[in-house]
Structure formats: C-alpha cells, structure tokens
Design a protein around this ligand. Structure first.
Ligand SMILES: *Cc1c(COP(=O)(O)O)cnc(C)c1O
Length: 477
C-alpha cells in the first residue's frame, strides 16, 4: 500500500515513511492510493474476532511494509496489555471498546477506557509502539514538541512514556487546565517526558511550537516532530473501532448502522468515512459539533468557512473548540473525485484566510453518496442531554458525548441502530457534570487522589528562544 498527498505534488510513500512526519512536503495530507475493499466473506469472518485480531485484519491492509508477525506483536502489545481498563461497571474491558445500550437501537461505543480517559488513547497508544519500532529499525530518534489544552497532550505523553529514542516536550498554559488534567500530565515521572507550563494562554504555547517548527535548522538539528491529529497512523487506527462497533450493534451483515461522532478536527469521523469506503454497511455518519459549528455549516450549506482564532468559542466541550478542521482536506479530496488540482485551488482560498463554496458544483451534487448529516449543540443542550441520559438510562456521559447524543437523537431512522461514539469520561469535565446533575462524576479507582502525587513540571515564560534552549539542553543528556 502506498500513500499519496491530497495536493498531488509529493511522491507516493510507504506507511513507515510517512509515520514520523506530519504534512506531505507539498502541504497536503497523506491518504492511501486506494481504499482496501472488504468482501462479504471477510466481514463475516471478522465478526467474531477479538479487538486485537480485528485491528490486525484491518491495519494489515494499510500497513504493508512492516512484517506481519511484527505488526501483530505491536498490535497485541497495544490492545492486550490491560491499559484500556476503565470500562463502565458491568462492561467487558476485554472488548476494549464495549457497547452500552441505552435503549433498543440507541447505543454508546465506549472509546475512552484508556489511560487518559479520552478516545485519543485508542490510536495514540498504537502510535507510541509504532514509533518505537520504526525508530529502532532506523537508528533514529525523535523529539516530539506539542502544545495542549488537555486531551491531546496527555494522550501523547501516556503513549510515549518510557519509549526508546523518543522524548516529549509538551507545552501547556500555566494554570488553565483542571487540577485533574494537570495531575494526569505533571505526575508522570518518566525521564523522556518533559512538561512545560507556559506563562500565558494556549495560543501562546501553540505560537511557540509554530515558531520552533519554522526554524528549519533547529527542527532538523534536534529532530523535532509532532503527533497531531493529521498523522495518518492515528486515523488508520481509528478505523478499527467502527468495525468493532458495527459488529456489536448488529447481528448480521445485512444490517446497516449509523454512527454519530462528536467532532473537532475531523479525525475521528474521517476514520468512519474510510470504514464506509471499505464497504462497512454504514447508512449514516452523523457529525456533531458544539458552538464551534464550522463543520455543521459545511454539511448543511456546502460552504467551508474556517473561523479566525478570535472567533472560536470557549465551550464546556473544549476538545471540540476548533476554528478549522485539520483533517477535513482528506474528505474533500474524496468528495472532489481525488483531483489534487481542485484541492490546491480550494485550499489556496482557505490559506488566504477565505472560504470555499461548493454549492452548484458537480462535487456538491455527489455529497449525498457519502452518507453525512450534521447538527450542533450548545451549553444548554449539553446540560439538558447529560441530565436526560442520566435520568432516563442511569448512565453518566461527558460533555462531548452529550453533544453527540443531542445531535444523534435528531437523526434516528427506523430500523437503523444509532451508535454514538463516547469520546471521554465525565470525570474529565467534572465542573459541567456538577452543573448538570448536582453531583460529582465517579472516578476510576486507580485515579483516586492523583492530584496529591508529586508533579514534575517546568514553569517558563512564553519565549520561543528559552524553550529552544530547554529542548537543546535536555537532548544532550
Ligand atoms: C479530540 C476530541 C474530540 C474531537 O475529535 P476529532 O478527531 O478532532 O474530530 C472529541 N471529543 C473528545 C473528548 C476529544 O478529546
């Protein structure tokens, strides 16, 4: 399997060659040359597989430059080592992504049972093992530099802790994360993990990462890399649980399902789109946004209008607070019939600070064939949905999942099970749960009291030169 860039001006590459990088050299995103198609007989065989066997069946279609025995071992190490241990009471943690049925035809697919209690662990843990494997083979090292306001940074640190030839330098805004989030990240004592609390806001931290990445000499000299949501391996790993969720919600491959996905950067639902292109019987992909509704607007109108950072709403489902959706180009590439010239033209408009409008084009005429519908949710909707799901079903859901359930309920179709992806556990967003239910969310027993563990964090000014000096100093150790 080879990978090509959505912009069409970069050479095709193998999986391991694009694993450690981000954007393609022409500024595009990598996608498989063609999607592997799953036959009816294979789908029948896959129905009974364990999560890691299913992951191997799916991922071995995308990863053809790692020997099968090695790939199988990396996958087992990721999904069979007991790290996805935070399932709801009564669910089988060995399912990795257990299905909770709220009522007949309405389900939650639990994706947040990993170490940081958010769905990003599902793919990031595999990424950690893949990075270590490929770096070892090549005799290379990588220094991951990132900025986080919560979920991504902690998922990256828990995936990379203790990995050979990998260091993580994670910038976070000082005092802006919850005590629980700070404790999750800063209590890690692994020698290859460096937490830097920056005096400033998330955007200041993000600007430093950009400034360092724009310093080509520093970037090359210190092997600076990233693990953001455009990484192809993360998308590929996420394809697996759409198959798992489909099998859990159906009894035969004649049936169709709908998935509702709380969305921000379009990474999660992009994996659903790919599963559908592979032939998984998905009737509908329901995209849910919060007040940051740039994607809902596109699927309703055909206009993609990224917002300015200053227009981004700070919401109670913060992991979906985006101004533009970094994986969206992958879907549009398929929508426009994989014509890279069209993508270059559309993103020239986006990168100039503009928008694009597909209404009246042959591309937009094809949108119905892709199965997408969408909706958005507000803080009030979120509180009402958390309350409703708690009162009606006795199930506590987090704020992002609530956005999903709210939008899912507006798009149910007779005879088609609706599976809402549960992207985080309520304890991560305790304040809003308290506001909705007047009670605190329960916390997994092993995370009780983590706020009192010793913390390892460097507090620094929002100064790119000082951060570079810090990175340089710790790369020499
Ligand atoms: C990252 C995240 C999302 C958004 O996922 P995308 O892949 O960016 O669309 C939704 N919910 C939670 C809890 C997240 O951490």
């Amino acid at each position: 399997m080879r990978y090509l860039s959505t912009r069409g001006l970069a050479p095709a590459e193998q999986f391991c060659d694009i694993l450690l990088g981000g954007l393609a050299p022409d500024g595009g995103l990598y996608l498989p040359e063609s999607y592997p198609v799953v036959s009816a007989a294979e789908l029948t065989r896959w129905r009974g597989l364990s999560y890691s066997d299913l992951a191997f069946a799916v991922l071995s279609r995308f990863i053809t430059d790692i020997p099968a025995t090695d790939l199988a071992a990396l996958i087992r190490k990721t999904y069979d080592a007991g790290v996805y241990c935070h399932a709801r009471a009564g669910r089988n943690a060995a399912d990795i992504t257990p299905l909770t049925t709220l009522e007949p035809g309405l389900h939650l697919l639990e994706l947040s049972n990993g170490p940081t209690l958010a769905f990003k662990d599902m793919a990031m843990q595999l990424l950690g093992n893949l990075f270590e494997y490929v770096l070892e083979k090549r005799g290379e090292t990588i220094n991951i530099l990132g900025a986080t306001s919560g979920d991504t940074g902690s998922a990256a640190e828990y995936a990379m802790r203790g990995k050979h030839n990998v260091r993580v330098f994670m910038l976070s805004p000082e005092g802006k994360m919850s005590a629980f989030q700070r404790a999750q990240m800063y209590s890690l004592q692994d020698a290859n993990i460096f937490n830097i609390a920056v005096r400033g806001m998330f955007d200041d931290a993000q600007d430093i990462v950009k400034a360092v990445s724009n310093d080509a000499a520093f970037k090359a000299g210190y092997k600076i890399g990233a693990v953001n949501s455009i990484n192809w391996a993360r998308v590929a790993a996420q394809v697996v649980y759409y198959f798992k969720g489909y099998f859990a919600a159906t009894t035969s491959n004649e049936q169709q399902v709908a998935f509702c996905v709380p969305s921000g950067n379009f990474g999660n639902i992009c994996a659903g789109h790919i599963a559908r292109m592979m032939g998984l019987p998905i009737a509908r992909l329901v995209l849910a946004t919060n007040e940051n509704d740039v994607l809902d607007e596109f699927f309703r109108t055909g206009i993609y209008r990224p917002r300015r950072t200053s227009e981004t709403h700070v919401t109670s489902s913060p992991s979906m607070d985006i101004s533009k959706a970094s994986n969206f180009e992958r879907f549009i590439f398929d929508l426009v019939g994989r014509d890279p010239a069209v993508i270059r033209d559309l993103w020239r408009q986006v990168e100039a600070g503009g928008a694009f409008d597909l209404r009246g084009t042959p591309h937009w005429a094809r949108i119905g064939g892709f199965g997408f519908v969408s909706g958005s949710s507000s803080h009030t909707d979120r509180l009402a949905t958390i309350r409703e799901v708690w009162q009606k079903y006795g199930t506590m859901i987090d704020t992002h999942t609530a956005d999903g359930v709210k939008v899912a309920l507006a798009h149910r179709e007779a005879g088609i099970p609706m599976v809402v992806l549960e992207t985080a556990q309520p304890v991560k967003f305790a304040e809003t749960i308290q506001e909705a239910l007047g009670r605190a969310p329960v916390r997994p027993a092993d995370l009780e009291g983590i706020e009192s563990l010793p913390q390892r964090v460097e507090i620094m000014d929002a100064d790119a030169e000082a951060i570079k000096a810090f990175v340089a100093r710790h790369c020499r150790d």
